[in-house]
Design a protein around this ligand. Structure first.
Ligand SMILES: [Zn+2]
Length: 314
């Protein structure tokens, strides 16, 4: 399941190639994947691609009607969603075929990669598209195509007016990488609950962005036992945890996320974070902290596999 760093990675890559492109056609191959009618997007130009929690927001505007309430194509990848953007195929030569100048062909190649992809990895990334998992096909007037593939059909696309989207987003808690996610905010959440600290930081209703891997690693970095009651953390521990959460998530974003949890980035290579797991998936291995000779254990907390070191996490 793509987590925040993976979603951020695909958003940054799509934001490199989509702005300025005008939607020519939207084909819905599986009704369930389109939560609203998507046809209003036809004729609109992409302005920007951004993210809130794991929502991918593609801002649209009418070419001749700038300034009105804008539409947004909002995408959620959920378990197995993936987005693949491909440049248009060169048209077959005909008698009337006008050869591109070498210069413009070069510029085309330099301007953008031929393919951008992100989300759940599968052979759909390298094979002919649409595939049997393709649910929605967005074609641009330049011939390039954005495919929304989703094997298990939990993901979705919908069109939302900007005013409505603002209202929805205003009700969402801050992401761990947002400026509003302060130590004070975290402290306020933690003191109200006796649930295990790890369960609380994974709760997307309270804060956005901590996937299971990142929660385990943040708690190890902060030296806090995952099963501790959230309300039992002292203020110096809350400070350390806040710092660790922000640090782990930024590191994961810098590394393009982790392909361990089914993620491969746009170059098809996968994020690099899995090479740097601090504690996640290291069951039975020695603790990575220099001054600790503990061994990593795996337990279940809130139904999720939880890795931690009894030697240094208190
Ligand atoms: Zn340790």
């Amino acid at each position: 399941m793509p987590e925040l760093p993976e979603v951020e990675t695909v958003v940054r890559q799509l934001d490199q190639v989509l702005p300025g492109r005008v939607i020519d056609k939207v084909e819905v191959l599986r009704e369930k994947s389109a939560q609203t009618d998507l046809q209003d997007a036809v004729g609109m130009k992409i302005v920007k691609v951004r993210r809130k929690q794991k929502l991918i927001v593609v801002e649209l505007e009418k070419i001749e009607d700038i300034g009105n309430d804008k539409l947004n194509l909002v995408v959620h990848l959920r378990m197995t969603g993936q987005l693949v953007w491909r440049k248009g195929k060169p048209k077959l030569k005909t008698r009337n075929f006008k050869l591109k100048t070498v210069e413009s062909a070069k510029a085309d190649n330099l301007d953008s990669p031929g393919q951008v992809q992100g989300g759940h990895p599968s052979v759909d990334w390298v094979q002919e598209l649409p595939s049997k998992h393709t649910r929605i096909v967005v074609t641009f007037i330049d011939g390039s195509v954005l495919y929304f593939n989703d094997q298990r059909v939990f993901g979705w696309m919908k069109l939302i007016q900007s005013s409505e989207l603002r209202t929805q987003i205003s009700k969402m808690p801050p992401d761990v990488v947002d400026a509003e996610f302060t130590i004070k905010y975290l402290q306020g959440i933690l003191k109200k609950t006796t649930s295990p600290i790890k369960v609380v930081i994974l709760d997307q209703q309270k804060m956005g962005g901590m996937g299971n891997i990142y929660a385990c690693d943040s708690l190890w970095l902060a030296g806090i036992k995952p099963a501790r009651k959230a309300s039992s953390l002292r203020s110096n521990e809350v400070r350390a945890l806040h710092k660790a959460m922000v640090q782990v998530l930024h590191r994961a974003i810098d590394l393009g996320g982790s392909s361990y949890s089914d993620f491969v980035d746009t170059a098809g290579l996968g994020g690099k974070y899995q090479d740097e797991f601090l504690v996640y998936s290291r069951e039975g291995e020695g603790c990575r902290r220099d001054d600790c000779d503990g061994v990593i254990e795996k337990i279940k907390l809130g139904g999720r596999g939880t890795y931690w070191c009894g030697g240094c996490q208190k």
